[in-house]
Write a protein that binds this ligand. Structure first.
Ligand SMILES: *Cc1c(COP(=O)(O)O)cnc(C)c1O
Length: 384
């Protein structure tokens, strides 16, 4: 048997929606994009939703809208997909990493509070600019693996220090924190729709915010810097082409009508894993915090006991047709990050420990119980 690492969950309704669009001449900037955006306003209660062509693009627009520029400091997490930090580097801002909670893998609010008051202690060894006049501008928490960060505490720190909060919810569409939707918990929230995410548009992303001026500005930047009233060839700002096309928007709108079903199926698959792996020695299961009123399962990441050779174990699983991935390789240990800021192994021990022991197993809402059973049998057989 060969198990896929992940698979999108698509039906004839999605296929029909894309087909309908390509039977019209309007493949971009039509009515499907605003309709897709509206589904996010309805889900989250946000005043504005802006569709973009990737989660990374969405994060970048939020960074611009927050006025984050060269040398500005932004507190964020090294235990994430690189895009959350890259969006800062695009504007030559400096990510200030703090370590994470060992259970959830989300940014540790106590360390965020400490960094906001004693920033000197948290600066990188090296930076492309002189940071002596730099101040902390923003906080960029990530809802890791579909679990919201500890946002009440983080927002309290942000308020105290006047920081803008950009919530990277690219892994957490539909998750709730104390009953509130992920993505609505800061000043800006961003979702992503790559095929392994909870909903997909192929490539795509969405920003939500309740800030009117910022929303107008980001709409302009998404569309080559055209402000309201600008003609096709007049550009008020330095902008980008971050627009989502109509096929993707139509696909996404259908996926959103199925969101609850998609999340429930993923939850069921996570439950099948938990039942089968709970008693396996050497394996730790994902932890769901009490504040997480709904987990939006993005990936299923188990943690191996330190004595298990993860690379060798992964190889044996692959040989049985079970693909697995280390999750995450910490951002501060990526080659370009070490070169730019001189981060070193050992700087963020909890992140590094989770990064060394984490293993994502095949996961999607279309997995059958038989497939989960097969994966778990392989895990039990090959563990030691
Ligand atoms: C998926 C993801 C993104 C955005 O990814 P894109 O591929 O650009 O859509 C950003 N941050 C995190 C944490 C993600 O998992």
């Amino acid at each position: 048997m060969k198990i896929p690492m992940s698979s999108p969950d698509l039906t004839d309704a999605e296929r029909q929606a894309v087909n309908d669009v390509i039977n019209t001449p309007i493949l971009s900037m039509g009515t499907h994009t605003p309709a897709f955006e509206q589904t996010f306003c309805r889900l989250t209660g946000a005043k504005h939703a802006l569709a973009v062509n990737s989660g990374t693009a969405g994060l970048h627009l939020c960074v611009r809208a927050a006025g984050i520029g060269p040398g500005d400091l932004v507190i964020t997490t090294p235990f994430s997909f690189v895009a959350s930090t890259n969006a800062l580097l695009f504007e030559n801002a400096v990510p200030i990493f703090v370590d994470v909670d060992p259970q959830t893998g989300n940014i540790d609010p106590q360390q965020v509070a400490d960094a906001a008051t004693k920033i000197q202690k948290y600066l990188p060894r090296r930076a492309p600019f002189d940071l002596s006049a730099s101040t902390v501008k923003a906080l960029l928490p990530v809802d890791v693996f579909g679990q919201p960060a500890e946002m009440d505490t983080l927002n309290a720190v942000a308020r105290q220090h006047g920081l803008t909060v950009i919530e990277d919810s690219c892994e957490a569409l539909g998750a709730t924190y104390k009953g509130r939707q992920a993505g609505t918990l800061g000043d800006y929230g961003v979702f992503a729709f790559y095929p392994n995410k909870q909903i997909t548009t192929g490539e795509g992303g969405m920003i939500i915010t309740s800030a009117d001026k910022a929303a107008d500005f980001m709409r302009a930047l998404r569309n080559q810097g055209r402000a309201p009233g600008d003609t096709w060839l007049s550009h008020t700002y330095l902008g980008y082409n971050y627009r989502l096309d109509e096929m993707s928007a139509a696909l996404g709108a259908v996926q959103m009508t199925r969101l609850d079903e998609l999340l429930s199926k993923r939850e069921q698959v996570a439950g099948w894993y938990a039942e089968r792996l709970a008693e396996v020695p050497g394996i730790e299961l994902p932890y769901v915090a009490p504040a997480t009123s709904r987990m939006s399962w993005f990936v299923y990441v188990i943690r191996l006991a330190a004595k298990i050779d993860r690379a060798a174990f992964a190889k044996r699983l692959e040989a049985r047709g079970v693909p697995v991935r280390p999750y995450f390789v910490p951002i501060h240990t990526q080659p370009y990050m070490m070169e730019r800021f001189d981060w070193r192994e050992g700087d963020f021990p909890v992140t590094e420990d989770l990064g060394r022991r984490g293993l994502a197993v095949p996961f999607s809402g279309v997995m059958s119980e038989e497939q989960v059973e097969y994966v778990c049998q392989a895990i039990r057989a090959e563990l030691f």
